[in-house]
Design a protein around this ligand. Structure first.
Ligand code: CA
Length: 219
């Protein structure tokens, strides 16, 4: 899962970045509204964590422009503790939810997971398909009830496919889930992690669609 963090305060931004990376999200961090806008036009994110008070372009404006482009990306806005009017304005501008600063880390992560689940069309807290069960809250994987130790990147490759069986993910799309801008990406990285998942969960869980990418079959 790839997230865009928009936060101009360097201390808060760094702290949130570390929390998110520790949860194995691929995170890009920008510090002003124009950079945020550029990143959103450039990259397909899974979620946007958006501070509203930003230099160069207001967070609300970034959000309105995103929605004006009919982009339905899940958006979590961050507001100050007493700023009820900010929360209302954020939700009215198209945010899906908000968090209040200073962040409670556990709450932030839970709201992120909830939005990602909703986007994938799952009401429940886990992804389950073909005997494989992934719990995003704990990053545990099970096959027929037996725990399986997936690496963070094997997990990151598998999760979007398990969440949306039958949907083909291109190598580029899966790379976006794995890496943020500053990571070096080897050309066969996705193949390596798909191979790892197949070794642990069976060769036919992830199928290769020649020339297009990978999928987890629907049935
Ligand atoms: Ca700010």
């Amino acid at each position: 899962m790839r997230l865009l963090l928009v936060e101009d305060d360097p201390m808060i931004g760094q702290a949130v970045l570390e929390v998110l990376r520790a949860e194995h999200y691929a995170v890009d961090w920008v510090r002003d509204g124009e950079m945020a806008d550029a990143a959103l036009r450039e990259t397909a994110y899974d979620l946007l964590l958006l501070d509203l008070g930003l230099p160069r372009r207001d967070g609300l404006q970034v959000l309105r422009e995103l929605r004006a482009r009919r982009n339905s990306l899940p958006v979590l806005v961050a507001t100050a503790r007493d700023a009820v009017s900010d929360r209302v304005a954020g939700l009215d501008a198209g945010a899906d939810d908000y968090v209040v600063k200073p962040y409670d880390t556990e709450e932030l992560l839970a709201r992120i997971r909830a939005l990602l689940r909703r986007r994938a069309g799952h009401a429940g807290p886990v992804f389950e398909h073909r005997g494989v069960r992934l719990d995003p809250a704990t990053h545990e994987a099970f096959q027929d009830g037996v725990p399986v130790a997936l690496s963070a990147r094997e997990w990151a490759v598998l999760e979007p496919m398990i969440a949306r069986p039958g949907v083909i993910f291109s190598r580029a799309q899966l790379e976006e889930k794995l890496f943020s801008w500053k990571d070096e990406v080897s050309s066969n990285a996705v193949e390596v992690y798909v191979h790892g998942v197949r070794k642990k969960l069976g060769a036919d869980l992830i199928q290769t669609v020649r020339g297009l990418g990978y999928l987890v079959p629907r049935a």
